[in-house]
Design a protein around this ligand. Structure first.
Ligand code: ATP
Ligand code: MG
Ligand code: FE
Length: 357
């Protein structure tokens, strides 16, 4: 079965074609990736310091059709080769989701194909199955993205249980807001991580929020405020030496990343212990973070579990994860697909409410 995937939940337009044959024959799932095309709107939103919903929707409209042509060309396929259309139904920006939904449903109806609405986070958390070392069910997913930070028990396709989540900022949001405080361009997560690599360990005593809270929830807004307080303190000293300023930025970035990573790793260890799972997958944009991967690898060695990662280019939003999740859902439960023409998006949507029974 060849599934077309369309992702338009936020500021990336992603289109991809996935062939489910390798998955069905127990071959590595990544062999099913036939072709993909992606456009990121980051440069367009940068001047505003964040995503402007109306601009995002309009840009998805402009991009989606040429990207479909590009993905088909990359896959060496024609429209007539497609068996089903999967699209991100939510959560995300309502207008942006509507573009993908309208496009996918219209195409499916025109080609007389079934369509299936996919939960964006399901796309993220199944994407480690496309990695070189794929996890086995059940596994714990640490989902760390721009809008979410969750620990999830994944017992199978469509079988998700939320174990804990952030009470305020998402990990990616904390990265981006802290990066902004240090004068880095939006979205500054990756740049902040790079800066941290040159910083000195432990120069600032930053909090590790909710480390000992006894549950699996997170909170990152206080950590960001602690960085702001250090920035204000530093500025009040009137230092003008550029080298000293650069050192301050690198050191505070290092301490921020260390605190955030320490909490993420500790809670992941706790979730594994609590459920008895031996596999952990990292998913979402912050999953591209090197410090987090390094710390999880060290923890895996120490505690005897296996850590799995999606390919780095599939950590942030893309069409492949939607095509892949669509294929797996269709195989697990054909009733999940529909030929209805209604444009039904869900800007707010709990993943577990969409479980297969
Ligand atoms: P959601 O999936 O919750 O709807 P989103 O789709 O906007 O949100 P993703 O595309 O999964 O989020 O991830 C984007 C986030 O990942 C941004 O906050 C970005 O700064 C962060 N990010 C990307 N690369 C890195 C990195 N190397 N280190 C830290 N953060 C990173
Ligand atoms: Mg994005
Ligand atoms: Fe995402």
């Amino acid at each position: 079965m060849i599934v077309l995937g369309i992702e338009t939940s936020c500021d990336e337009t992603g289109v991809a074609l996935y062939n489910s044959a390798p998955w069905e024959n127990n071959a590595p799932a990544h062999q099913g990736i036939m072709g993909q095309a992606l456009h990121t709107q980051i440069a367009m939103h940068r001047d505003y310091g964040g995503v402007v919903p109306e601009l995002a929707s309009r840009d998805h409209i402009r991009r989606v059709l040429p990207l479909l042509d590009e993905a088909l060309l990359a896959a060496q396929l024609e429209l007539s080769d497609i068996d089903a259309v999967a699209y991100t139904q939510g959560p995300g920006l309502a207008g942006a989701l509507l573009v993908g939904s309208a496009f996918a449903k219209s195409l499916a109806q025109g080609l007389k194909l079934p369509s299936i609405g996919i939960h964006h986070l399901e796309g993220h958390l199944l994407s480690p199955l496309l990695g070189i070392s794929a996890p086995q069910f059940p596994f714990i997913a640490l989902l760390v993205s721009g809008g979410h930070t969750q620990l999830m028990l994944v017992s199978g396709v469509g079988k998700y249980q939320l174990l804990g989540e952030t009470l305020d900022d998402a990990a990616g949001e904390a990265f981006d807001k802290t990066a902004k405080l240090l004068g880095l361009d939006y979205p500054g997560g990756a740049a902040l991580s790079k800066l941290a690599e040159t910083g000195q360990l432990g120069r600032f005593d930053l909090p590790k929020p909710m480390l000992h809270s006894g549950d699996l929830d997170f909170s990152f807004s206080g950590l960001k405020t602690a960085v702001l307080n250090q920035v204000n303190k530093f500025l009040s000293t009137g230092v003008s030496d550029t080298q000293e300023i650069a050192r301050f930025h690198a050191d505070i970035a290092r301490c921020f990343v260390d605190s955030l990573v320490a909490v993420l790793v500790s809670k992941s260890e706790k979730a594994l212990k609590q459920t008895g799972c031996k596999h952990l997958v990292l998913a979402g944009g912050v999953g591209a973070n090197v410090q987090l991967r390094t710390a999880l690898n060290a923890s895996a060695k120490k505690h005897g579990f296996e850590a799995h990662y999606p390919p780095v280019d599939l950590c942030t939003d893309n069409g492949v994860m939607i095509a892949f999740a669509g294929a797996l859902r269709m195989l697990a439960d054909n009733n999940g697909s529909t030929t209805s023409g209604a444009f039904d998006v869900k800007p707010r949507w709990d993943l577990a409410s969409n479980n297969l029974i």
